[in-house]
Design a binder for this molecule. Structure first.
Ligand SMILES: Cc1ncc(COP(=O)(O)O)c(C=O)c1O
Length: 389
């Protein structure tokens, strides 16, 4: 393949290509179906019906009731809203003010906790174990009679590590503590049943599952105390005012429908791709690297760290090298990758800043191919020669 530059997109945890069926379904709602869903005339009513059908699709997908689904603008808001909304409401009703999360959460969770800390909440942030996940005993040891909310990521966006949310909920359930999970990476890729998981709220974002950007959702179990996120409108049952992104909601529902149909097949395909990638790396000339959270059962993310004792790690230069060769990868969370800071997730897993600066995340979709992996490994071999100390 020497000399030929392939275009390889291995940044599907940052965002995915819109599914053609999603695009088709959205077009009428950017065009002739322009009614405001809050209007009482036929233009509006038609759009309202479509939105409520989309809500049913989303609810059914995770075994929830449509009244438990709130459409919001993205995964970031889908974390901000329940974390702030639950913590503040519980505090106003009971004065419980202790909230718990982990060190490897997405910034939208960590910064919600920071905000609550400024408001006087007592924040506990727990470490993950060597398996990259939260340990049940550590979590249990942190919980007290003052704990109102625990928020833990389901599938980590940088490592693919999977927290056993169902297990955590078992001992949280009878303690009057709310459990939120950031399911932005897992939603649409693996089966989610909110009842089985025993959670009170969950976040998801359409653009991670071949839907449009700018639309997310919150599941909040009936009865969950949840103050509004956006004031000034009665939309989303008074909890999230503002005229809905109609085409986005319709696109999200279609992305869910296609994900549902293709989930098993996509998972198996991506699993084969990830295993092929790992085998390929192991048989290549690459040395002095580690695969982070290698045992994770989630195949969509592969995180590689180059050992800084051997390499002049510089994530920006490494990603540029790959980009020049047509390969799109990431150094971690896409939302912060513009700044290319060493990842807090990788460092909180015990790696040095220098190692974190040599960490590259490859994230897959069912659109990727074996040929792309062969090509990428070839380029990684060249990259490591260039960056060797
Ligand atoms: C785990 C996780 N949570 C939240 C978000 C934020 O989602 P959005 O980009 O839709 O705001 C992301 C985005 O990368 C994510 O990976």
């Amino acid at each position: 393949m020497r000399g030929i530059i392939l275009k390889v997109y291995f940044d599907n945890a940052a965002t995915t290509k819109v599914h053609p069926q999603v695009f088709e379904k959205m077009i009428p709602f950017l065009n002739e179906e322009y009614g405001n869903p809050s209007s009482i005339h036929s233009f509006g009513r038609k759009v309202r019906v479509a939105i409520e059908e989309a809500r049913e699709t989303a609810a059914e997908f995770i075994n929830a009731d449509p009244s438990e689904i709130y459409f919001v603008s993205n995964g970031t808001e889908a974390n901000n809203f329940p974390i702030l909304g639950i913590a503040k409401t519980v505090f106003s009703e009971s004065t419980k003010n202790e909230i718990i999360t982990s060190t490897v959460e997405h910034a939208s969770v960590l910064e919600s906790f920071e905000e609550l800390s400024k408001l006087g909440f007592s924040v506990k942030i727990i470490d993950v174990t060597n398996d990259c996940v939260v340990d049940q005993k550590i979590l249990q040891s942190q919980i007290s009679s003052e704990t109102s909310l625990v928020s833990l990521i389901h599938v980590n966006n940088e490592t693919g590590a999977v927290n056993n949310i169902e297990k955590f909920s078992e001992f949280i359930r009878d303690k009057d503590i709310y459990l939120h999970t950031d399911a932005v990476q897992s939603f649409g890729k693996i089966d989610l049943d909110v009842k089985k998981m025993g959670i009170d709220s969950l976040s998801a974002s359409a653009h991670k599952l071949h839907g449009p950007k700018g639309i997310g959702l919150v599941y909040a179990k009936a009865g969950t105390p949840l103050s509004p996120m956006i004031l000034g409108g009665s939309q989303e049952r008074n909890r999230r005012g503002g005229t809905e992104f109609t085409a986005g909601i319709i696109g999200f529902a279609e992305a869910i429908q296609t994900a549902k149909k293709e989930m098993e097949e996509n998972f198996d395909k991506v699993n084969r791709l990830k295993n092929y990638f790992i085998n390929g790396i192991e048989q290549s000339s690459l040395q002095n690297y580690s695969i982070n959270c290698k045992e994770s059962p989630f195949p969509f993310i592969l995180s590689l760290t180059f050992n800084s004792d051997y390499y002049k790690n510089d994530s920006e230069a490494m990603l540029m090298f790959l980009d020049i060769n047509g390969i799109a990868a990431s150094n971690g969370a896409a939302c912060t990758s513009g700044t290319l800071k060493p990842s807090h997730v990788i460092m909180n897993m015990g790696k040095s800043k220098e190692d974190a600066s040599g960490t590259i995340r490859f994230s897959f979709s069912a659109n990727n191919t074996i040929k792309e992996i062969d090509y990428t490994i070839e380029k990684l071999e060249l990259m490591t020669k260039k960056f060797r100390k």
